[in-house]
Write a protein that binds this ligand. Structure first.
Ligand code: SF4
Length: 319
């Protein structure tokens, strides 16, 4: 029996399954659906380990027999917009190039850099008018410089003002960059390799889709021999020397990005920390604006003032 705190199994249905986080999309060198037998084994694995399944769809339609197997178990669907239809989360892959077909009340994901957010502000506002929740995956964290802080603050401030207008109109829309932190009292990170693991079309497990798309040799076991994550505790928050002292609870704490930027999956880069803290502080400012406007949303929590943007600069206060 696997000793695990896993809660989710992410199944990539295709080599070209849509990218929904910091993971790059598919490798152009590979193509093809997950074999039906591997899909079935993945479902059995999830049932035995009591895991919730998240199926990640490609742009192309799946054969009917795949849909049949998928519908044999409770799950969450993450789909690109082109697939339309029934989905729990829709990834808008072309949101800044044309009209999207977003239906009122959906949860959507976009990928946007800080520049995209500035240039396509009207489009973001248009999306916020419709969706129930918009997740933006910031695509340029790795190149973020301290001189970019003010620019990012300003973009978030404009979006924050727009959210206030929505709230005043009675629409409690969520934008991950600004509203997630309002409701959190503890870390709500990605949890790759800790609370979730990914099954790829080649039948191998990965800490997350990014490690698969980057290099399939980075697997952590396979569906036949089982999951094998060495030193798994080193992925956890309680073994993260910086993150465990942090209250930017909305931060994704992306271990794949860490592996690139600090060469340690559990040690964050200065860039990831600063971006997360600019967002944390913008959430605090949003809360203050809400209070000034008399807007009350249940389950929000006060956010304290802090004098650092990277927790490592506060290390003398750590206990
Ligand atoms: S802001 Fe930095 S220290 Fe805080 S959770 Fe994110 S990566 Fe970790």
């Amino acid at each position: 029996m696997l000793k695990t705190m896993l809660q989710y199994l992410i199944i990539l249905l295709d080599e070209a399954s849509v990218a929904y986080c910091h993971a790059p999309s598919k490798s152009p060198m590979r193509e093809g659906l997950i074999p039906l037998e591997t899909l079935r084994k993945g479902i059995v694995f999830a049932m035995k380990e009591n895991l919730n399944i998240q199926f990640v769809y490609p742009e192309r339609a799946l054969p009917a027999e795949y849909e049949e197997v998928i519908e044999s178990i409770d799950h969450t669907k993450i789909k690109p917009e082109s697939q339309g239809g029934e989905a729990d989360v829709i990834v808008l892959t072309d949101w800044n190039n044309g009209a999207t077909d977003v239906v009122d009340g959906e949860t959507c994901i976009i990928h946007a850099s800080r520049t995209d957010l500035q240039v396509h502000l009207a489009k973001i506002q248009e999306l916020l008018d419709k969706v129930v929740r918009l997740n933006n995956v910031l695509t340029d964290i790795e190149t973020f410089k301290d001189e970019d802080i003010d620019g990012y603050r300003q973009v978030l401030d404009v979006l924050s003002g727009y959210l206030i207008e929505q709230f005043k109109a009675g629409r409690m829309v969520q934008l991950n960059l600004l509203t997630d932190r309002l409701f959190l009292t503890e870390m709500n990170n990605c949890g790759a390799g800790d609370t979730n693991v990914t099954l790829a079309p080649n039948g191998c497990f990965y800490l997350c889709p990014a490690f698969y798309y980057e290099d399939p040799k980075q697997n952590v076991g396979d569906i036949t021999t089982g999951l094998l994550i060495k030193n798994r505790q080193l992925l956890r928050l309680d073994h993260a020397p910086i993150c465990r002292h942090c209250d930017a609870y909305q931060c994704k704490r992306c271990i794949w990005m860490n592996s690139h930027m600090t060469l340690d999956v559990n040690t964050p880069s200065h860039q990831q920390c600063v971006v997360a803290h600019v967002e944390r502080n913008a959430s605090r400012a949003l809360l203050q604006k809400m209070e000034a406007e008399g807007i009350q949303i249940s389950n929000t929590h006060p956010i304290s003032e802090i004098n650092y943007l990277d927790p490592i600069n506060n290390y003398k206060q750590w206990k």
